[in-house]
Design a protein around this ligand. Sequence first.
Ligand code: DGJ
Length: 374
Amino acid sequence: MDHSESSEKFPSSAAMIRPGETWCDIHGTPINAHGGGVLFHEGIYWWFGEHKIAGEEGNRAHVGVHVYASENLTDWRDEGIALAVDDSPGSEIPSGCVLERPKVIYNPRTGKFVMWFHLEPKGAGYEGARSAVAVADEPAGPYHFLHSLRPNAGIWPENIPDQQRCLLTGEEQEGLAALGLGGAPFPWYPKEICYRRDFEGGQMARDMTIFLDDDGLAYQLYASENNGTLHISLLDETFTHPTGRYIRVFPGRFHEAPAVMKWAGRYWLFSSDCTGWSPNTARLSSAPSIWGPWEEHGNPCLGPGAQIVNCFEAQPTFILPIHGRKDAFIFMADRWRPRNPIDGRHIWLPIEFRHGVPTISWHDSWDLSCWVEE
Ligand code: DGJ
């Protein structure tokens, strides 16, 4: 179904957030920003996301990263395409590549807006497992493609024992080839192999997010090692490269769709299981430091089983802290529609703290009045 034919349009003037309904910009056009993230900069929220097109071809990038602006989080102005696909010779982001989960942060040291995203070269499925960076002088762009990379080539993760700091033996390589690893979970996933295989060329990076800490340091979290293990990687002071300082988290647990917030002195990670475009049970983890130790808490969604077993039919994409409201965070997720990706729905829900833990419950509609102004 095309958005324009939807009977459930959500007019922007409603000043309510209605998760799952078609959400229109101030001109009545459905907001086309999937797998997105939000930057707050000088009083304005900038919502960046994948611009999807109709039909299954919409699972690949044909337009680029769309950006919208808002002061109140309900009325969104279309600010156009922040990063456009580029069909010029040598481009790494031609029409038909996979460009997912764009996230933008501002770097006060360089004065640049820095966009990171998951990039798969055109025609190679998901085997590329690369991260890419684009920069701009203004929040809405235009963003200029800088480079793509596999993070942390030639550097060992910090939290592995010395005896694992070695390339694969011939025997291990043969064993790995026999496993035919893809990106889906299975119980015989080899936990100490993939990062060693990828030591020289760089670590695989698929689903990713960027987290900007309150001390000005920025981190990339990405699903690595054939999706089986999450990596947390510190960015350099320009925010355009990894520093080489990184850790492995939850080996063999297949966390996808990472989204991070900081609250009550802890880092809280929302993520999903690993089931392609199909929704699955959300996961909550936390740590006293970004470097761990990380602990899994289980499903942060509360409510009827049918809703919470699949995270309200959605997969996390970002946690948005609300400026000027106390303990206020929005859980942003995608209800994917892989057969007609343009019709994917935005699931935004308020994070509700219970017994010292962030949780998510369903609300047909809600607004920012659920939080007190500071
Ligand atoms: C799940 C990921 O979270 C999405 O971003 C996308 O990569 C799909 N898998 C592709 O199957």
